[in-house]
Write a protein that binds this ligand. Structure first.
Ligand code: HC1
Ligand code: SF4
Length: 568
């Protein structure tokens, strides 16, 4: 341990700790724009500078280790002036359209401006001019709002290992952009939105579908349906100051009904349906020893990644559509017929924690008779904005239940929203289908948790089923290399592009609270543990759907409606 003094407070810190972390451990906040927890410091933004006795210049606290006997001042006049100047310079090179900005009141630059009492324009000069990149179906990139902190670049390159964006040019011309400054749509970007979650301003943001949704709700000829992803219920409460990990399903349903949706269904229904289809597909591939290992297909960021980077391995990806696409397809076929509604008049809106789902919903492979399965996708953040616009006070809403028949779900579906959840749900069903025995312990602890790769061997009916869960697209390469070399031992692999799974998707509430992912994950496991039915094949409404419409799992109609082939 090292003893030092920070603002006259005696602090004991571990050797090797930075001044920034040591200060944090005793409740002293030092602002920073470029720092990322657990990553090598760059010291690029200089917001975290402090005075260290005996040192001439100011010291970046994020990059400087504690030393025995050190005396640090984190908030002296000199430090505050330096920080204020940085903020003033950044603001002068910023569009200053805070009142109409999507990150108004949730912007780190705005927050620093307030913190350091910036009240005048002292450095008025030339501003960078950049076009907004609106080329992708999911995201917008607005380089004029970029403050060059580099968090997005590091997230894309070091965490996601995609490398779609980087710094280019020098000095005043410095900018973060895609190769050759082309649109995101022609870059390697998989639209995961992880860069949005770390962006301190609105330089990166989702492409909004709110207008389309509001217009559809207004249109009397449309039957507008909402469906809610597993992960949204465990995160939306954060936007209303509810404790991290609050399950807000009941209020969500009421809020959506008050927005004017005719029906509010649960994507979890289709998650159960996906498991029946995917487990059947897996069993058939294992029995025939064909195209193994099989990959899950519900994460569209992962599907985009494999299409772009290893298209020759696409035969390993399950042909199942993702759950919200299955739900849309069932709504525009079975449900439309049951209700006597022309499928052309049904408008399906998915409420998702994900930015890639917007791109996915536009894919021609995910349509029926020239109608897209899903018509619009709202992220959790967009939904919160809509609630505000429509005067819906979320905290005061009474609880309601999803509509039926596409509102029933099991515990297995609830955990889809977290890394390892799809695998666990599939194992619960595959085990019982293959062995004809009841599974005693439904909790597959081996696939839970936030490690990059989780693997296990599960004995089912005399066969050892080798499985792996890839948590975050940055961890997938070695797994794909093994398959290419013919050395993979796995039968079934789950891949989720976002670290933590959908619960940490690029469309989720933005705040830098490190414990948020764990709390959201806990909420999903809690929903699962409290359900009466915890296996997808126990979902009565799904059973009825097969009986009344689909026939057999993986049968002819199921293949037509619930499966696809990616042809990129
Ligand atoms: Fe997901 Fe899925 S779990 S992909 O993370 O398979 O977005 O929540 O809706 O479709 O069910 C996302 C979440 C979501 C699908 C399901
Ligand atoms: Fe990289 Fe994902 Fe951002 Fe695209 S969306 S630039 S892949 S982090």
């Amino acid at each position: 341990m090292v003893e030092l003094t920070i603002n006259n407070i005696k602090v004991k810190a571990e050797k090797g700790m930075t001044i920034l972390d040591a200060a944090k451990s005793v409740g002293i906040h030092i602002p920073t724009l470029c720092h990322m927890k657990d990553m090598f410091p760059t010291g690029a933004c200089r917001m975290c500078v402090v005075e260290v006795e005996g040192m001439r210049g100011l010291t970046p606290s994020c990059a400087y280790p504690v030393v025995e006997g050190m005396k640090v001042e984190t908030n002296s006049q000199r430090v505050r002036t330096a920080r204020k100047t940085i903020v003033e310079l950044l603001i002068e090179n910023h569009p200053q359209d805070c009142l109409i900005c999507v990150r108004n009141k949730n912007c780190e630059l705005q927050d620093l401006s307030e913190r350091y009492n910036v009240r005048e324009h002292r450095y008025v000069g030339e501003k960078k001019k950049h076009a907004i990149d609106i080329s992708s179906a999911s995201m917008e990139r607005d380089p004029a709002k970029c403050i060059l902190c580099g968090r997005c670049v590091r997230t894309c390159n070091e965490i996601q290992k995609v490398g779609a964006i980087d710094f280019t040019y020098r000095g005043f011309k410095s900018t973060v952009t895609t190769p050759f400054n082309k649109g995101l749509n022609v870059s390697d970007c998989i639209l995961c939105g992880q860069c949005i979650l770390v962006c301190p301003t609105a330089a990166l943001r989702e492409k909004s579908h709110s207008k389309e949704v509001i217009n559809a709700i207004k249109d009397k000829s449309k039957f507008v349906i909402a469906q809610v992803a597993p992960a949204v219920r465990a995160s939306i409460g954060e936007e209303y100051n509810l404790p991290l990990g609050t399950n807000a399903t009941g209020q969500l349903v009421t809020g959506l009904k008050r927005l004017g949706f005719k029906k509010v269904f649960d994507t979890n229904f289709a998650a159960d349906l996906t498991i029946i289809e995917e487990a059947t597909e897996l069993i058939s591939r294992v029995k025939n020893n064909s195209d193994l290992p099989m990959f899950t297909s519900c994460c569209p960021g992962w599907v985009k990644y494999i299409e772009q980077n290893r298209p020759h391995l696409l035969n390993h990806v399950s042909t199942c559509k993702s759950p919200h696409e299955m739900e849309g397809a069932v709504l525009k076929t079975y449900y439309a017929k049951k209700m006597g509604i022309d499928p052309k008049d049904i408008f399906v809106v998915s409420i998702m924690p994900c930015t890639v789902k917007k791109y996915e919903s536009d894919r021609p492979e995910l349509s029926e008779n020239h109608l897209q399965d899903v018509d619009a996708v709202l992220t959790t953040r967009e939904l919160v904005r809509m609630f505000k616009m429509f005067g819906i006070d979320f905290n005061d809403l009474p609880e309601d239940n999803f509509d039926n028949p596409l509102g029933e779900s099991t515990g297995a579906a609830a955990i889809f929203g977290t890394s390892g959840g799809v695998m666990e749900a599939a194992l619960r069903t595959a085990y019982e289908k293959l062995s004809n025995k009841e599974l005693d312990n439904l909790d597959f602890q081996q696939v839970r948790g936030l490690q990059g790769i989780k693997s296990a061997s599960i004995p089912i009916n005399g066969i050892e089923i080798n499985i792996a869960v890839v948590n975050g697209i940055g961890n997938v390469s070695p797994i794909l290399d093994e398959i290419e070399k013919g050395e993979s031992k796995y039968h079934f692999i789950e891949v989720m592009a976002c670290p933590g799974g959908c619960i940490n998707g690029g469309g989720q509430p933005i705040h830098q609270k490190p414990e948020k992912v764990k709390k959201r994950v806990q909420a999903l496991y809690e929903i699962d543990s409290k359900m009466k039915n915890r296996k997808s094949h126990e979902n009565e409404s799904v059973k009825k759907l097969y009986k009344e419409f689909l026939g057999e799992p993986n049968g002819h109609i199921a293949h037509e409606i619930l499966h696809t082939h990616y042809i990129n």
